[in-house]
Ligand binder design. Structure first.
Ligand code: ZN
Length: 230
């Protein structure tokens, strides 16, 4: 009897962390349903990267859910979705203005609903609490709390069809370790996109927090970053 692959939902933003997470889920044998969000982010370029990464790493499908989290849509309040300058001077104190209100809770909630629909009990998210910007929804306590919620909130869990696991395989890794892991799993980082404020043709700024973390990670890993900087 052939074994049927377990299904997983993987949040794929198009950045290097989520690409690595997808590669880890694939290596673990999961049939992966990639999920991305068009939430009005100014770096919409990453959605094209998410599509390319999902195809290259063999996701069974890739779905883009549209949510208007922009100021025009009544949300905003973030440098990623509003007319607020993306900081370029390096990390400051406190939670940066690139924080999108409750973003990972929103994304994981939709991933949970989608998981119930496709019959998955495993959800992968590429959050990292080492080389990160200090967002509260990237911390281990948040992931553990969301996993508890998932097992209280769904018919699939309450009817004992399975137990949800929120996998955050990068949470304790440095950026350099993430990149080395991905390279060992065959991730093509030239397909990924990290910049919060790319130019119209998709070149990365090299100065925003996300670019800085990425560049430092490639330096730590001792390999050249294949993305284009302006
Ligand atoms: Zn940048």
């Amino acid at each position: 009897m052939s074994e049927i692959a377990k299904q997983a939902v993987v949040l794929v933003s198009g950045g290097l962390d989520s690409a690595t997470t997808l590669a880890i889920a694939r290596r673990a044998g999961f049939a992966c349903h990639a999920l991305s969000f068009d939430y009005g982010q100014r770096h919409r370029f990453e959605l094209e990267a998410a599509r390319a990464v999902s195809a290259a790493l063999g996701a069974v499908d890739h779905r883009v859910v549209t949510l208007d989290l922009t100021a025009a849509g009544g949300f905003g309040h973030s440098a990623l979705t509003d007319r607020i300058d993306v900081p370029k001077a390096g990390p400051g104190a406190g939670i940066p203005v690139t924080y999108v209100p409750a973003r990972n809770t929103i994304f994981l909630s939709i991933a949970l609903g989608y998981a119930e629909v496709v019959g998955a009990f495993d959800i992968f998210i590429g959050v990292n609490a080492v080389d990160y910007s200090g967002y509260p929804d990237c911390r281990p306590a948040f992931i553990a709390a969301f996993e508890r919620l998932a097992n209280l909130a769904t018919a699939a869990a309450v009817e004992d069809k399975g137990r949800f696991t929120i996998h955050a395989p990068l949470i304790d890794l440095t950026k350099g370790q993430i990149i080395r892991t991905g390279l060992s799993l065959g991730v093509d980082y030239s397909l990924t996109h990290s910049c919060y404020d790319p130019s119209a043709d998709g070149a990365s700024c090299g100065q925003c927090d996300s670019c800085r973390l990425r560049r430092a990670g490639f330096e730590q890993a001792g390999v050249r970053d294949p993305v284009r900087y302006r």
